[in-house]
Every structure is written in structure tokens, then in C-alpha cells.
Design a protein around this ligand. Structure first.
Ligand code: PEP
Ligand code: MG
Length: 581
């Protein structure tokens, strides 16, 4: 058999490390379809379940089309035609009518009806020997698969069935898709779309899965079964590597593992600078499986629990019991160390099927109905979270963090609801802590940072979210690979906002931490400590690297360097100053 030539492609290395494996193209391969009868009474429900999946598929395709516009002209045009054809098929075509008729006439579930309608159309095509028609056939399959996935947790099933050492390749993977990956079977992934601070990238780092995003036309360059190496540190993928290349990468991977092993020996040591300043290192957590990593890496608590991940990959909202159980497990695992639970921060790229219908496009807009705005608009959701948190407080120290705060009103309203919930729970005879958990605000909107002195008077603590703060200050989408080069946390405007917030917290004597991605990147550690931050929260696997950096620095030197940096107006010059030892 002829060996395929080695090919190397560049992209954005968003999750470090080297993954070796076999290509698994996401979107290829047919899904397992179960067929079951439904009662005559359930037929209208089944049809509306199908329509919901249809609407979701349409909005995903529209979204993809929107993103594809940022590709180079020829690619945008080509992808645009394909997506238009897919959208057209979902808008009342014969396929859609056929599926609804099938559910109605045969009283079987939507998934099986899709399969039958699809087979009918494909049979018609097969009688014609025409290349163009053949390509339409694969379009129809693709569209049907999307609707099938949206009917249930097929993505989950598909990923659970992955062989060990699979490397997932896709046009795009959402944070919800990434949350379903298991590091034991997925040794890396690569997509055409996605930016370095997207939640997909953050999830990859949290799970320790090497990832490269933003590789143009990646689906054209690989086939299922190809051997592949993902170099998430340098943003390279090597398809069908030669033996010599594989050996080089095996050696690189070994070096990284050896360094990690050395760093893990620091486990028992506290993070203290050479001149004696103690820095608290906590973890950002999205999924329960990460808690073990927090312990392994010596995290001193959870500085950010992104509770929105509990709302993804399901059709209904999690209830009080579900949430209480998850929080309890987390608090028990942390064994007395503090856990900061951020209330629902759905919105932007983080979507939940159960909320899309209510909020539509606004929930997908970074400037729309998201974070605390959504919770105040739907107090039932916030109240359920509060109830679960207040019950869980019996199992360990807890703090409540509000996302996307912009005004003092956001905090006072959220606090009033917290007090009301506690009063009601006490009246019901539930145990609620006498002193309610501290209520803090994420400072991640420039307006909130500039108003930090007034916010500090209504908040019990601050957590700086440098990811969104950078995005909103520089008007640069953190999830868009095309503007990744403009996403600059070292921009003087971002640094001034961080400094102003830190000073406001000091003036009003409230605790402050930082939980954006810069907290877990050793390049920024000196800067943050020199600015006066004493608590950093990051992906658990970054903790040893940051501890190592802190053990080798002096706070005094960093303070002096920050004084110099804050006079600078150019991010490149700031980066240079930071890299000088
Ligand atoms: C941030 O914006 O910096 C942050 C920590 O929140 P998230 O990344 O979840 O938006
Ligand atoms: Mg944020």
C-alpha cells in the first residue's frame, strides 16, 4: 500500500502538550439510530420535538455561516454556498415534510422517521449516475445528521464510543462538545474555527487535551484513520508523520512529562516569593472530573466554578437537587478549602438548549442577555441556584460570584434575592447558614472596572475576569481565530483597568483574585503580583508552573517593574519588559 505523504499545518496552539493518535472526523460516520413506537397522543409532542431540533440546527448553521464570513474570500464563498444549501434543505423541503408525515403516519420516533425519509430520497438519487447529484446526497446526509444530533445527546454517544487515542477533527467544536470529551480516549483535537481564549480552548486546557484551533480547511486535509500528531504548544498538526518525525515528537513529549514530574515535587510547598510574600493558588473548574486534578496539582480551593457547564448537553434546566448534589460533591472533595460558585454565565459561545428558545439571538450575543442580566431577568433560575448553594453550604466554605456585573444595581438586586431565598428557606425549616455566603462580582466589563470603587462598596469580594475584560476593552472576540493577534491582555488599557480594580479593592478592604487565563500563564505572574494581586485562580494543570515561577521571584522587583510598565503605552514594549529577568 502506498504511504501517504507527511503534511504539516499551522494553527493556534491553545492547549499545550503533544497528542499522538488517529484522526476521527467529527461529522462523519453515521449515528446509531433507535426506532420505537409512540402512542397516537404523543404524535404532536414528537413533531414538536423534531421541530425544536430543526430550529436549533438552523440557528447552528446560521451561526457557522456568520463565522465563515471571516474566512478568506474564496473559502467564505464556497462554505457559504454549502451552508446555504443546508439551510435551504431544513426550511420546509421534501426531507422535512417527509419526516413529519412519517411520524404522523407510522407513529414512530423522530430519529427513525428521519432515517426512513432519508433512505427514500437517497434511493431516488441512486437511480441517477451523476456526480453533482452524488454531492447533494452527502449534503442531505450531513443535514440529517445534524438534526439527529440535536434531537438528543448523540454527541455524547458518538464521543463515548471513540477508540483510545482518537484525535478529533471538526469545523468547529462548541464548549459543550468539548465538555463531553474524555482525556482517556481523546488525545487531541483540531478545528478550523475558534480563538485562543474561547471556552472550547479553556476546556481543552482544563482537561489537559492538546489542541490546535483555527487551521483553515482542516477537514479537506485529513481522513478518518490517518495518523496524526497535535502539537498544542506550538500550534502545529502533522498528518501522516514519518517515523523520523514521530520520534522527534516522542522525545519532545518525554521532556514535557519529565518537567511536569519535577514540578509535581513542589506539591507540598506553598507558593511564596523569595522575599516572603504568600500567594494563594486556586483552581478554575468546569466539570466534576476536574476536581481530582485540583487535588493532584495542589490547588488551595476553587476560585471559579463555571456553573453554566451543568446547563449544557441537556434539554432541561438542572433542578435544585441536581445542583445541590454537584456542589456537595465538590465541597466534600475540597475538604474545607473554599469553593467559589459563579452563578449561571450562559451566553456568548456558551449556550444551553433549554434557554435558547426563551432568549434566542440575544443569548448568543456577547452584548446581549447573558450572565447576571439573564439571572435577574429569570429570577427563578437564580433562586434555584441560590437554594442549592445555601443547602450545600453545610458541607464547606462557599462564596457566590456574579458574572458580567456592570452596575451596583446588579449586585444589590442579586443580594436582595439571596436574602429573600434564605428567609423563605428558613421559614420552610431548612438549615441555612446564619451568615450568608460572601457575594462577589466578576470584574470583566470595562465599565465595571472603571466603577470598581462604587462596586467595592456593595460587594464582599472581586474576581477579575481578564478574558472578557480584554475582549470588551479591545473589542476583539476572544473566540475568533481571525482576530487572535489583536487579543492583547498586555494592552495598556487592560492593565490600567486591572490596576484600578485592584486599588479599589484595597481601598475598601475587600478580597480580590483574578481568574482569567492570564492567571495561569507564567508570563504574567510577575506582573499580577507586582500589581498587588495575592490570589490567582487558574486551570488546575497550570498550578505547578505558576508555583515554580513564584518560588523564583521577588515581589519587590516585580513591583518596581510594574511601575515601569504602567508608564508604557505599547504592548510589545510591555511584553519585552516582562520577559527581562
Ligand atoms: C473571564 O472572563 O476572564 C472569566 C474568568 O470568565 P469566563 O472565561 O468564563 O468568561
Ligand atoms: Mg467571563
Amino acid at each position: 500500500m502506498k504511504t501517504k505523504p507527511e503534511k504539516i499545518y499551522d494553527g493556534l496552539g491553545v492547549s499545550p502538550g503533544i497528542g499522538f493518535g488517529v484522526v476521527h472526523v467529527r461529522d462523519a460516520g453515521s449515528l446509531e439510530i433507535a426506532e420505537y413506537p409512540i402512542s397516537a397522543d404523543d404524535i404532536p409532542n414528537e413533531i414538536s420535538r423534531f421541530r425544536e431540533a430543526l430550529d436549533l440546527s438552523l440557528s447552528q448553521l446560521e451561526d457557522l455561516k456568520h463565522k465563515s464570513r471571516t474566512l478568506p474570500e474564496a473559502a467564505a464563498e464556497e462554505l457559504g454556498f454549502m451552508l446555504d444549501a443546508n439551510i435551504h434543505m431544513l426550511k420546509g423541503s421534501r426531507l422535512v415534510r417527509g419526516i413529519e408525515a412519517y411520524i404522523q403516519d407510522h407513529a414512530i420516533n423522530a430519529e427513525a422517521s428521519i432515517q426512513y425519509a432519508l433512505n427514500q430520497i437517497v434511493k431516488g438519487f441512486q437511480s441517477l449516475d451523476d456526480a453533482y447529484i452524488a454531492s447533494r446526497q452527502s449534503d442531505i446526509h450531513q443535514v440529517a445528521e445534524r438534526v439527529l444530533r440535536n434531537l438528543g445527546n448523540s454527541a455524547l454517544t458518538a464521543q463515548q464510543e471513540l477508540q483510545q487515542n482518537s484525535v478529533l477533527i471538526a469545523d468547529e467544536l462548541t464548549p459543550a462538545d468539548t465538555a463531553l470529551m474524555h482525556p482517556e480516549s481523546v488525545s487531541g483535537f483540531c478545528t478550523a474555527l475558534g480563538g485562543p481564549e474561547s471556552h472550547t480552548a479553556i476546556m481543552a486546557r482544563a482537561l489537559g487535551i492538546p489542541a490546535v484551533l483555527g487551521v483553515p480547511h482542516i477537514l479537506r486535509h485529513v481522513s478518518n484513520g490517518d495518523k496524526i500528531i497535535i502539537d498544542g504548544t506550538h500550534g502545529k498538526i502533522i498528518v501522516n508523520p514519518t517515523d523520523a518525525t514521530t520520534l522527534i515528537y516522542q522525545q519532545k513529549s518525554l521532556k514535557i512529562k519529565q518537567k511536569l514530574l519535577r514540578l509535581h515535587q513542589l506539591h507540598e510547598r506553598q507558593a511564596i516569593t523569595r522575599d516572603g510574600v504568600k500567594i494563594g493558588l486556586m483552581a478554575n473548574v468546569e466539570l466534576p472530573i476536574e476536581v481530582a486534578l485540583v487535588q493532584q496539582n495542589g490547588g488551595e480551593g476553587i476560585g471559579l466554578l463555571r456553573s453554566e457547564f451543568m446547563y449544557m448537553n441537556r434539554d432541561t434546566l438542572p433542578d435544585e437537587h441536581d445542583q445541590y448534589e454537584s456542589f456537595k460533591v465538590l465541597l466534600q472533595a475540597m475538604d474545607g478549602q473554599p469553593v467559589t460558585i459563579r452563578t449561571l454565565d450562559i451566553g456568548g459561545e456558551k449556550t444551553a438548549r433549554s434557554l435558547i428558545e426563551d432568549f434566542g439571538d440575544s443569548i448568543c450575543s456577547p452584548l446581549g442577555m447573558r450572565g447576571i442580566r439573564l439571572s435577574l431577568h429569570r429570577p427563578d433560575i437564580l433562586e434555584t441556584q441560590y437554594r442549592a448553594i445555601l443547602r450545600a453550604a453545610a458541607h464547606g466554605p462557599i462564596r457566590i460570584l456574579l458574572p458580567m456585573v456592570t452596575t451596583t444595581d446588579d449586585v444589590t438586586k442579586a443580594r436582595r434575592i439571596l436574602k429573600d431565598v434564605a428567609t423563605r428557606m428558613r421559614a420552610e425549616g431548612q438549615t441555612v447558614p446564619e451568615t450568608l455566603p460572601p457575594l462577589g462580582a466578576m470584574i470583566e466589563v470595562p465599565g465595571a472596572a472603571l466603577a470598581a470603587d462604587s462596586l467595592a462598596q456593595v460587594c464582599d469580594f472581586f474576581a477579575i475576569g481578564s478574558n472578557d475584560l480584554t475582549m470588551y476593552t479591545l473589542a476583539t472576540d476572544r473566540a475568533d481565530e481571525k482576530v487572535a493577534h489583536l487579543y492583547q491582555p498586555l494592552h495598556p488599557a487592560v492593565l490600567r483597568l486591572i490596576q484600578f480594580t485592584t486599588q479599589a479593592a484595597a481601598k475598601y478592604n475587600i478580597p480580590i483574585s483574578i481568574c482569567g487565563e492570564i492567571a495561569g500563564n507564567p508570563i504574567y505572574t510577575g506582573l499580577l503580583i507586582g500589581m498587588g494581586l495575592r490570589d490567582l485562580s487558574m486551570g488546575a494543570s497550570n498550578i505547578p508552573w505558576i508555583k515554580d515561577r513564584i518560588l523564583h521571584m521577588d515581589e519587590e522587583t516585580e513591583k518596581r517593574r510594574v511601575n515601569q510598565i504602567m508608564q508604557e503605552t505599547d504592548s510589545r514594549r510591555i511584553a519585552m519588559l516582562l520577559s527581562e529577568n
